[in-house]
Write a protein that binds this ligand. Sequence first.
Ligand code: FES
Length: 133
Amino acid sequence: MQEIGSGKRNQALPERVLRKERTQTVTDIGTIEQHATLPSAVEIKGHPFFLIKKETGYSLVSRICPHAGGEVEDDGDELYCPHHYWRFNRESGEGIFPPNCSLRAFDVTVEGNRLIAAYEPPTPRAMPSIPSG
Ligand code: FES
């Protein structure tokens, strides 16, 4: 797991690289080579994430389950929460079961060969309904 220490952005990086919300922190999460195998587990200031790569580029997804705060794991086929087995697409973080609930995702840009993320510490969301049947 890649441990990110300070959570502070390198001051040498240009401000234009990320669209950042006021509540987000920008941090350098390492080089592309350090995350060659995806999804890559990343911990930023004690908060767990997965770095993933979508068709549109890299993303940082929270590993905190939106159901009730379990820590999401990777089984090689899907991301899943061991508490009540909610499952998520390992290439997007989108919900598989239930389909209406996805892992929280944040933009990551590439600056040279470095990955720069704007993120918020994960928090559990309100429990959505589980489809019956
Ligand atoms: S806490 Fe993750 S499925 Fe319930």
